[in-house]
Design a protein around this ligand. Structure first.
Ligand SMILES: [Zn+2]
Length: 133
């Protein structure tokens, strides 16, 4: 049985980050649709369609195209993830630091809190500006 599966999957694309992501979204859609009763049929239909699409991709022999799809997905995914990671970082720093942007070049500058009025020198363009820390 195991060998049969291995033989079946030979030359086929298999799973990747995109298929994992699609299955998670499908699961969420189907899960949410269960609470909507009859009105949830569109969501559960979408979820099932996603599951089918995921398996079509996994069993696909067009490895290059599937790889390109995954790369395009990762590009967007990492951008969104990076944005939230940065926001989380700022939130953590906000307790101990102020973050100002340079009036000249918009470079984000981090200064410690509670030092009164201070002159800030931009690390990028060396513009000086006064702020309360
Ligand atoms: Zn600057």
């Amino acid at each position: 049985m195991r060998e049969k599966i291995i033989r079946f999957m030979q030359g086929r694309y298999g799973s990747d980050k995109l298929s994992n992501f699609m299955l998670i979204i499908a699961f969420i859609l189907i899960f949410v649709s269960m609470f909507l009763g009859i009105n949830g049929f569109i969501l559960s239909g979408l979820g099932l369609a996603l599951v089918v699409l995921t398996y079509v991709r996994m069993f696909s022999r067009n490895v290059q195209k599937r790889y390109a799809e995954n790369q395009a997905f990762l590009k967007v995914y990492n951008k969104i993830k990076g944005f939230f990671t940065r926001q989380l970082g700022y939130m953590k720093q906000r307790r101990t630091h102020h973050i100002y942007s340079c009036p000249n070049c918009k470079q984000k500058l981090r200064v410690p809190r509670g030092k009164g009025n201070i002159m800030i020198t931009c690390s990028k363009c060396h513009t000086q500006f006064k702020k309360r820390s």
